[in-house]
Design a protein around this ligand. Structure first.
Ligand SMILES: [Zn+2]
Length: 83
C-alpha cells in the first residue's frame, strides 16, 4: 500500500497538469478514490493551483510549489512513522 502511495504522490502533480495519459492516469485516478491521504494532497494542490490561477498569475513561483511539496513529504513521513 505504501508503494502505491509513493507512486501516486510522484505522479499526482503531472495528473493535475493533465500530463498523464492512459494506464498511468487511470491508476492515479483509482488510487485517489481509494486513498484519503493521497486525495487530500491532490485536492490541496489542485485548490492551490485554482487560487493562483484566480489571482491572475499564470506562472506561480516554483519556490512555492517546492515548499508545499516538502510539506506534503514531511506530513507523509510523519504518518508513516505513526502507523
Ligand atoms: Zn495513497
Amino acid at each position: 500500500m505504501k508503494r502505491a502511495c509513493d507512486n501516486a504522490v510522484e505522479y499526482v502533480y503531472q495528473y493535475i497538469d493533465s500530463e498523464l495519459t492512459g494506464v498511468r492516469k487511470t491508476r492515479i485516478s483509482m488510487h485517489l478514490k481509494r486513498c484519503g491521504h493521497c486525495h487530500d494532497a491532490f485536492q490541496f494542490e489542485k485548490d492551490l493551483k485554482a487560487k493562483i490561477a484566480a489571482s491572475g498569475k499564470t506562472q506561480p513561483p516554483q519556490e512555492l510549489f517546492d515548499q508545499i511539496r516538502a510539506l506534503i513529504e514531511t506530513e507523509r513521513k510523519n504518518r508513516a512513522q505513526d502507523g
